[in-house]
Design a protein around this ligand. Sequence first.
Ligand code: PEP
Ligand code: MG
Length: 566
Amino acid sequence: MIEKKGLGVSHGIMTAKAVVFRHSEISVPHELAEDTEREKENFQRAVRSVLEDIASYKPKSDDERSMIAVHRSMVEDPEFTALVTENIEKKRYNALWAVEAAAGLYIGLLEKSGSEYFRERAQDLRDIERHLLMELSGKELYPKLSEPSILVADYLLPSEMFELDTSMILGICLDRGGKTSHVAILARSLEIPAVLGLGDISESVKNGDTVAIDGKEGVAVINPDKAAADRFRARRNAEARQEKALMKGAELPSVTTDGREIHLLCNIEGIEALNSVLLSGAEGIGLFRTEFLALHKDIFSNDELQGRIYSEVARIMGRLGPVTFRTYDLGGDKIAEELRTEEENPILGWRAVRLCMARKDIFRTQLISILRASALSPSVRIMFPMISGSEELQEVLSFLDEVKAECREKGIAFDENMKIGTMIEVPSAAITADIIADKVDFMSIGTNDLIQYTIAVDRGNDRISYLYRPLHPAVLRLLKHVVDSGESKGIPVSMCGEMAGEADYLPVLIGLGFRELSMSAHSILEVRNRVRSLSYESCRKLADKLLSLPEASSVENELREFNGKT
Ligand code: PEP
Ligand code: MG
């Protein structure tokens, strides 16, 4: 039995067999082949197998259909296969080396061509090379989950989650990843227990080992002995009892003991979560991360599909309260295949509105779809991510005006009074929130990014997660400034970062003046329960005290003491 400690990022206790998936680079042995005939056969077998995989893909669009056709023609390309065969026969390279050398030559030529089209084909050829090397080295592209299992991996991109059958994933253990990384957010939204930042768990676990995880405590145990298995079972039963007790509060109002209403809304990543939102008794959708749709559905050019999804959400959720569509926050770790770029600093790079304003075709389609949904419910709101200041916001607002004018011309109905908001998640926007507030109807603070950029600490990097301190005095001051700016300009300020869903931070947030918090559905019950135990007056005094403290640790200690007492 081996016990490992990591970051508990998605609650739940689970024990099951493990399926291991590593992205490890395939090491290509640069050794001469002993038997060239066998190497040629290996190559031909790999080609057949890749072609079978390609044939089994089910294209969901014309673009996917043409991509599959390109891949097939590349694998079968007579010049490419002749070069690999020549590398084996004449240079006596083994099959892996022969593929690497042939693909490397073609990729170099395509990349040097200066044409966008050929550079994209170089990317296709890289995929084919990886696929062939995987086949030749006996590795899987993605694990096949034939039975419900715990997925153990080195890391996982949100887009990769969609390659897997998530209904078969009972739990997730990763070597890397932080609490507010998007894979963690997705795990919470899919209600899959997850422990991240476990160091080398993907090397310690073998396929078929039993793994027990506690997604709250951040513990993973490999092949638990009887005592550990009993401990996990007891904790699981206790958690189930606690959840049942919380469910009883689903219909109670979210109000402090001295009568201040705190509106609790949900963050969603797709329509699958709507049921949990309804069960939680949330008062609307504070954040719909629409980009997650684009990671697993061919959606960019399909305004009909987008329109259908947005309208469905507006129709079902509009009765509860606001339904906030955040425009695509693509880029960073949320990479749609079509928009893949090589960047040194993707988190500071071409993402969110920056990307959308450069790809107005994609942006326009999305804006029209959101506008269409606004005709169905006055609750629909639009919100822009990663706004860095007033000028950038103005450009985006002007583009929205252009698209509205187009809609009017074409007779597309929309709500002329649809509320427009912006995320405040870049420090420059937080500092100038008083200026930004003049241009919008509401602001919503994205603490996941705001903390990352304020403290310069990558939110997805577990190695420096000790620096990721939501209670850092700099963060508290920014939060206070944004809330005060909203109040002085008469517009609401909410919070939709993960900090909003942690019951322990609630006294600080209420004390700073937040009246609307948006979180994943499974946090709502616990947070509502906590709201009902707090008085606004004592939270306000607490926030004043915390704002006067010099260090994150002193703020954390003070809050811990407050939470212990109430
Ligand atoms: C945030 O940054 O806090 C936020 C809500 O957006 P995301 O987590 O999608 O970056
Ligand atoms: Mg963000």
